[in-house]
Design a protein around this ligand. Sequence first.
Ligand code: F6R
Length: 251
Amino acid sequence: MKLIQAKNYEDMSEKAAAYIIKQVHSKSNSVLGLATGGTVIGTYNRLVEDYKQSNTSYSNVHTFNLDEYVAMPRSDQNSYHTYMDKQLFRHINLPEDQSFLPDGMANDLQEECQRYERLIKDSGGIDLQLLGIGQNGHIGFNEPGASFDSVTHIVNLTESTRKANARYFESIDKVPTQAITMGIATIMKSKKILLLVSGESKAEAISRLINEPIHNNNPSSVLKNHPDVTIIADEDALSLIKREQKEVLSL
Ligand code: F6R
């Protein structure tokens, strides 16, 4: 794993966007795995700025999002379809039929999971997967206890994840209880992984990822088995990581 230290959220977002832009420039038909949430918004803002200023083209790019809520219409203001459209898709030249998210409204959710997994495979696989991390170490919606062999599947969201996401909803009972998520095995098949971590609320999660053994009670720990992971974390997120450890990690 390579650890890049950023000063703050803005600096992390700048560095993350530069990493993604480099990927798209070096392979114009890149397949990007995308995340939602607060951490990645600054990165998307910068990708949009870059598109306006430098015209980086997404016309041959395909994107696959990590997850989507179950039983939430895609037009709902809290759906990840809406989030992606607002934060990124409508601002760049990514053709509509080249961006994919799981369909949480599908009649047959099991079949939808298999279809999504197939689509990723048929695209040639994800070149670069962007990830955030949950306070409990989740990646995608793979919560503690998730199997490392899991592919795209339906999950019951934990109370801690629903609480963390309640900030976007009127109240916690409006937060969905299920989602479709890429599985850990799906994520691990990506050629490269870029994990972004910002703020004190994530300090414990990143410290556990780095210091604890690989175990499925901490899903993010699996990333230590991947050959090409870059973590970009800001100072607040790294407040529990010792200086010597940062040096060891910056390979
Ligand atoms: C989102 C996702 C989640 C988030 C994580 C961090 O698509 O898969 O794993 O990356 O919950 O969320 P934020 O960035 O809001 O703290």
